[in-house]
Design a protein around this ligand. Structure first.
Ligand SMILES: Nc1nc2c(ncn2[C@@H]2O[C@H](COP(=O)(O)OP(=O)(O)O)[C@@H](O)[C@H]2O)c(=O)[nH]1
Ligand SMILES: [Mg+2]
Length: 205
């Protein structure tokens, strides 16, 4: 199937530190979740083709709010409006325990109660193993019927010949098959990610 994807328009809609401050329920939403520094903001910039849309940083723990981006696309000639949401990174050890707990409670509440949430991209660095944080998000999405896609980031950081092997290993840690996982990295196409986003957001509620 050919898939012609165009990003017509993209803008930061809102920045929220509580669930009440998120955009009103309605527009289908895809959340980008993962530990601090895994590449969430970079993926957003890559998906939207805007280099500086989301704030990226080599210093972990910078984004502590839910950044909602309103994205207007055309996909195979049809118009779509959706929200991509950059969530606060978890697992940043330098944050005070209270702040870490607040972020993880917000994330759990969001997954459990956000009606317009159509799917989660859970980012995992291709060079690392998923830990308890990632695995507990995985179970939470299963328990709440929220579609989950594991996205391996920083694929350019490993040798091409090792890609398949790592994909298989990380998939196994999530009890998934290698083909279930998507991959992102410098110079890699985002087409498969966009196909997944459109598939998830086009589903009826
Ligand atoms: N080589 C490489 N570096 C990346 C990639 N994605 C993110 N980074 C780098 O990793 C650091 C953290 O990225 P960022 O998007 O801010 O992570 P976030 O905290 O999850 O939003 C930055 O220095 C990025 O340039 C990638 O795909 N390849
Ligand atoms: Mg970020």
């Amino acid at each position: 199937m050919s898939s012609d994807i165009k990003i017509k328009d993209v803008a930061l809609h809102s920045s929220a530190t509580t669930l009440q401050a998120l955009p009103a329920e309605g527009i289908p939403e895809i959340a980008i979740i993962g530990r601090s520094n895994v590449g969430k903001s970079t993926l957003l910039n890559r998906l939207t083709g805007r280099k500086k849309l989301a704030y990226t940083s080599s210093v972990p723990g910078k984004t502590q709010s839910f950044q909602s981006y309103e994205v207007h696309t055309t996909y195979n000639g049809e118009e779509h409006l959706l929200h991509l949401v950059d969530l606060p990174g978890f697992g940043y050890a330098k944050f005070a325990k209270k702040k870490r707990e607040y972020i993880s409670r917000l994330t759990v509440d969001y997954i459990m109660h956000r009606h317009c949430l159509r799917g989660i991209f859970l980012l995992t660095d291709i060079r690392r193993e998923p830990k308890e944080d990632e695995l507990s998000i995985q179970s939470l999405t299963y328990e709440n019927g929220v579609p989950l896609v594991i996205v391996l980031t920083k694929a350019d950081k490993i040798k091409k010949g090792e890609l398949k092997k790592r994909q298989k290993e990380v998939a196994a840690a999530y009890a998934l098959e290698a083909e279930d996982l998507l991959i992102t990295g410098e110079k890699l196409s985002t087409t498969s990610l966009w196909q997944q986003i459109h598939l998830l957001t086009a589903l009826p509620e």
